[in-house]
Design a protein around this ligand. Sequence first.
Ligand code: PEP
Ligand code: MG
Length: 579
Amino acid sequence: MAFSLRGISASSGIAIGRVHVIDRARIEVVEREVGPGRVKDEIARLRRALRGARAELRAIKRRIPADAPSDVAGFLDAHLLMLDDVSLTKATIACIRERHCSAEWALKLQRDGLVEVFSAMEDEYLRARKDDVDHVVNRVQRILLRGDEPVAGEAPRLAERVVVADDLTPADTVLMQHQGVAALVTEFGGPNSHTAILARSLGIPAVVGLRAARSYLRDDEIVVVDGRDGVVLGDLDEQLLEHYRARQRELKRRRAARHELKLAATETLDGAPVALHANVELPADISAAKRVGASGIGLYRTEFLFMNRGDAPDEREQCRNYTNLVRRLKGAPVTIRTLDIGGDKQIVGAAPRIGMNPALSLRAVRYCLREQDLFRAQLRAILRASAHGPVRLMIPMLSNVQELQQVCGLLDECRAGLRAEGKAFDEKMPVGAMIEVPAAAVCADFFARHLDFLSIGTNDLIQYTIAIDRIDDEVNYLYDPLNPAVLRLIQMTIQAGRKAGIPVAMCGEMAGDARYTRLLLGMGLREFSVHPNALLEIKQIINQSEIHRSEGVTRRLMRSVKTSTRAALLEELNEPASA
Ligand code: PEP
Ligand code: MG
């Protein structure tokens, strides 16, 4: 009988293939002491294993296809760097020396400590980095224990297969793409793990976090993986299999058509122009944004420049970084968001303060207004970059107009200072705010009066409106962009912008989710900022939409209380325009 297993969607797409279960038992390391006379040998053993792990990763790196996105190599480089990090090398050696424990056990202790630090982080992306620590330590431990064969040894059997594993490292993922796997299904990992990010970059359908997948799925059985919905279906009859084959063909056709959209204007069928920008965090995203023809950068998350380092970047370094971004965009607008840090996203050089609930604590603009020297350096750097091309400055997490006035006061001070020093900047640089706290959405009209643009941050707006921590698995089921309260706040913000005659964008994940594109158009949104990977799909939908039709269905959806009615109306919205 047909069955379906639900996991977490990590990379969309449909795959049909035979299952290949990778049954690597999790490595069990037992506490073992070595005699004082064996400490030196144990350290040498660890060093050999670290060298072996580096050699393995370099060999995998050499096999990355030439056309793979640059972040594929980036992930392997991150693991190579981790292998050289003092917390895994010197600290593990010190542990062997002091506690006379085996290399495996010393590594396990280091791993546990690092995983604890990463697990406590508020930021979902950083929290997922604990998987990297796990992957790197596992690789070294396997060498120490001369454990199972590396995945590379299984090469011939993986073509066209749906690989089912407990967890996969980014390196495994690269190798599997090389071997032509059809899809990936893992028992662990979340949608922000490196493996999930890589699967998206490489276009492999993937479902993660499907608990006990290896107990339910048998080698060689034929399954369908629906990466978008995060499900694996088995025991399907010929009619259902044909249904999924047809969906697969349709997706392939649409993907090919999308590529040709790169240079096309973004405009609805009834002629409404829409701005389609890209969100950027890491340098690799800039190339990706250019590759898909983004019309600008709608969100540059500057905190990544401040993290994972021993000191905060000074004005000069920031100015160089922002100017470089502006130059690379060659005249397209660049929206630079001021530092969104706080809670447990700490940076060196500023006093850390962690509240009981970091999401409600000293974050983003609240933090910057407390650490004004740090903030001034960033404001000056952004102003100076504006001399080289169109820059828009965006303030995150505002919750009242007084905060905005304080920022404007500091900006005036910075402008006066730069003028006195004879340093160039754009006197008319637009200043905008993220609307991501319900208080700001309700009073969006107040903010709109003082600003040049607004941008809706749905990731936070949803968490604060529904009162659910966006990284807490226990309440994740409530995270719903269609919640009527969320939709009303979005609409209020769009209307406030319209009334004040300023543009309103959306840069949260909702903007990059194709299910909501027409709903947002129907609500009046005309500026989207999305991850580069999602950009062409969103453009395709916009270009096949009719505003007047979207507006009608959206009005009905906004009035409906029942979840099932809203879902049905969303489906109606997403029917092909000609239907
Ligand atoms: C948001 O909150 O929607 C947003 C874009 O900001 P971040 O995800 O960086 O908090
Ligand atoms: Mg946010």
